[in-house]
Design a protein around this ligand. Structure first.
Ligand code: ADP
Length: 163
């Protein structure tokens, strides 16, 4: 079985993520989507909610394993026999940090990192920007899967009602 992992925060999953995951799912037998947990970062969605959303909007691919991971990505890869980490590259600005991480991870365990260029339609898109624009009432429905957009709008309304 040829395996790869697409790691990230996925708070929440966007069409940019979906594009990369869909393309990679055609190249490997099994693609793991790992929601990496950062205990210092309070997300818009809980890890369980992020996983449920990813599962809902990727059901068509058929060869994904979606799970969370606390700790180092290289340990996740080692425990599951995954030789390749896939990262999406949006712009040159992503490159510095991604190169550092790839070199560090390779030095730690020998795991390889492969970069997939984003579709130009999504090169400006991040979960953070989608959340920010949506929180000010901007329309981001074309940037998120429909179920994700619906949940995001609901969550923003819930948060506003609490304030
Ligand atoms: P992280 O917090 O690790 O950057 P993200 O959830 O933001 O996690 O991103 C996970 C992966 O998806 C990264 O490889 C990132 O470069 C990629 N990615 C994020 N947004 C896009 C996009 N719009 N197009 C393509 N790839 C993207």
């Amino acid at each position: 079985m040829r395996r790869a992992v697409c790691p990230g925060s996925f708070d929440p999953i966007t069409n940019g993520h979906l594009d990369i995951i869909g393309r990679v799912s055609k190249l490997y037998d099994v693609v793991h989507v790992a929601v990496l947990v950062n205990p210092n970062k309070q997300g818009m969605f809980s890890v369980e909610e992020r996983i449920a959303l990813i599962e809902e909007v990727t059901a068509q691919f058929g060869n994904l394993v979606v799970e969370s991971h606390h700790g180092l990505l290289v340990d996740y890869c080692r425990e599951r026999g995954i030789p390749a980490i896939i990262r999406g590259l949006r712009a040159v600005s992503d490159f510095d940090f991604e190169l550092q991480m790839a070199q560090m991870n390779n030095g730690l365990t020998g795991v390889e990192t492969l970069f997939v260029p984003t579709s130009p339609t999504y090169s400006f898109l991040s979960s953070t920007l989608a959340k920010e624009v949506a929180s000010y009432g901007g329309d981001v429905s074309h940037l998120l899967p429909e179920a994700v957009h619906r949940r995001l709008v609901e969550r923003i309304a819930e948060r506003k009602a609490e304030q």
